[in-house]
Design a protein around this ligand. Structure first.
Ligand code: MN
Length: 499
């Protein structure tokens, strides 16, 4: 269990100059503030604050964020206010805790929980992406202690984590956090499937392990002979949820999944990565189509490595080859940014400077409003949530819609009356036809006419959302009557004005 001392130890390991006095002060402050409060598990509340802080320190994040982790629930759950935090810990910590508090209390009108939470996450992300990292640290511990929650709440939190937190972690390149969130959620959502998968792994592991050890021994010798330094060579076990998904894809046959375990080689330079790949292929025959060069072509979230799968005696083994920088980026994603930023002497290698993670980090500091942020996300081809788009009302509320949704879908998702009386739309201040496909980041304004009594049956040709289609079907009165009505209202209007 984390203690103040373990938190400080992890923090100073990567941030030797961190202000540990301030960390201790934050701990005392949080402990006093939460005095007498208990978690559902019966433990003192401060254990949760400590766990969140520990998770942040383990993500190698700087002192300010660890301090904010200790204080993250103070304004919401205690008599102490955000102002007290500002007075004692300064502007930066205050901003972080304020962001977390806002994320926790924002009320959403209408829409379902999914959209509500997404909106909160995006808003927080647009303001300060560090807030999301603290939220991850908080959520991880909540997931670890879900047992004490009632069943319904447990399932809801697990589902929300799987559907919202994990994809965002993945998109931010945080492979480690993503895997942890998924496995913890999976365990609560589908306990049987979870145990089944775990059982399969346990059954196969001893054999795979032995094999991996032998392959490791052989390849380390080869690399040594070729004068390639190996910084680390370790086995990595696939996360349970991602393995489960893969097993399902292969007709529940785990023997068809070749990366249950993989041997990971960390070598000093990119040239060493390619050289090592050559040496592996000289010893073992690679499987066709399984050599992946994510160094030359990184994944959209910035992930870089060389992957290859080889026939190694009677077994099949996957190798992952990368530099220390790539390894760090793969595990910590955007979180790695703050680690470097504190020792900014140690500049990022050139191949990293243009990565999506970097761009996003820079971007969020420059972006003031969510609208621009969303547009920039789009220009970076971010698809955190596939097949869904997020558009804005002129007031800045986020509306979630399926891909290719139209202004009519937008109108109906705001209110049935807006849908029914909708006659036109402006997208980003430009007048468009009602069948225009909307894109993430669009600001949509619906033009209504009170005199319009029914939707047009024509809208069914492009309306995408279930809600809109049902309403249109039940309320539209055919093309002719609709047309007639439009003519009537169109001719009526000028007369009214003249008189
Ligand atoms: Mn919390």
């Amino acid at each position: 269990m984390p203690t103040l001392e373990t938190v400080i130890k992890s923090l100073t390991k990567y941030h030797p100059k961190a202000d540990t006095d301030m960390v201790r002060l934050a701990y005392d402050f949080a402990e006093t503030a939460h005095q007498g409060q208990m978690r559902l598990s019966g433990e003192p509340y401060i254990t949760h604050s400590l766990a969140a802080a520990q998770n942040l320190a383990d993500m190698r994040l700087p002192g300010t964020m660890v301090i904010a982790g200790l204080l993250h629930d103070v304004p919401e759950d205690t008599l102490y206010t955000l102002n007290d935090i500002k007075k004692n810990f300064g502007e930066d910590v205050w901003r972080l805790v304020a962001g977390i508090t806002k994320l926790g209390t924002l009320k959403y009108r209408g829409m379902d929980r999914y959209a509500e939470n997404l909106r909160k996450m995006f808003l927080a992300m647009a303001e300060d992406i560090r807030v999301i990292l603290i939220k991850f640290a908080d959520r991880l511990h909540n997931l670890e202690t879900l047992e004490s929650q009632p069943e319904a709440k447990r399932k809801r939190i697990a589902l929300e984590s799987l559907e919202i937190f994990a994809p965002i972690a993945n998109r931010l390149g945080m492979g480690d956090i993503k895997g942890k969130i998924e496995d913890l959620s999976f365990r609560h959502l589908q306990p049987e499937a979870y145990e089944w998968t775990k059982g399969l792994i346990a059954e196969r592991l001893p054999k795979l392990d032995k094999h991996l050890e032998r392959a490791k021994h052989e390849i380390l010798n080869d690399l040594k002979a070729a004068d390639i330094k190996v910084i680390s060579a370790h086995g990595r076990l696939k996360h349970i949820f991602s393995l489960y998904k893969k097993i399902l894809k292969y007709d529940k046959d785990i023997s068809k999944v070749h990366d249950v375990v993989a041997l990971r080689l960390i070598v000093p330079t990119i040239a060493d990565c390619y050289a090592a790949l050559g040496i592996i292929h000289a010893r073992w025959k690679p499987l066709k189509g399984r050599i992946k060069d994510y160094i030359a072509q990184p994944k959209p979230n910035g992930y870089q490595s060389l992957h290859t799968t080889v026939f190694c005696d009677d077994e099949i083994i996957e190798f992952q080859i990368r530099t220390p920088e790539m390894h760090e980026a793969a595990e910590f994603g955007i979180a790695a940014h703050w680690q470097y930023e504190e020792h900014d002497k140690k500049a990022l290698p050139a191949d990293h400077q243009v990565s999506w993670v970097q761009e996003l980090a820079t971007l969020q500091r420059e972006m003031q409003d969510q609208k621009t942020f969303m547009k920039s996300l789009q220009s970076l081809k971010v698809d955190v949530f596939q097949n869904r788009i997020f558009v804005f009302t002129p007031k800045g509320d986020v509306i979630e819609l399926p891909e290719d949704a139209s202004p009519v879908d937008f109108a109906y998702s705001i209110h049935t009356d807006i849908g029914r009386t909708c006659v036109g739309a402006r997208v980003n201040d430009v007048l468009v036809s009602l069948d225009t496909a909307l894109h993430s980041g669009d600001v949509v304004e619906i033009i209504t006419d009170k005199n319009r009594k029914a939707p047009s049956a024509d809208w069914l040709q492009f309306a995408k959302t279930h809600g809109a289609r049902v309403k249109i079907k039940s309320e539209s009165r055919g093309i002719l009557s609709g047309l007639l009505e439009t003519v009537v209202t169109a001719t009526k209007k000028p007369f009214k004005k003249k008189r």
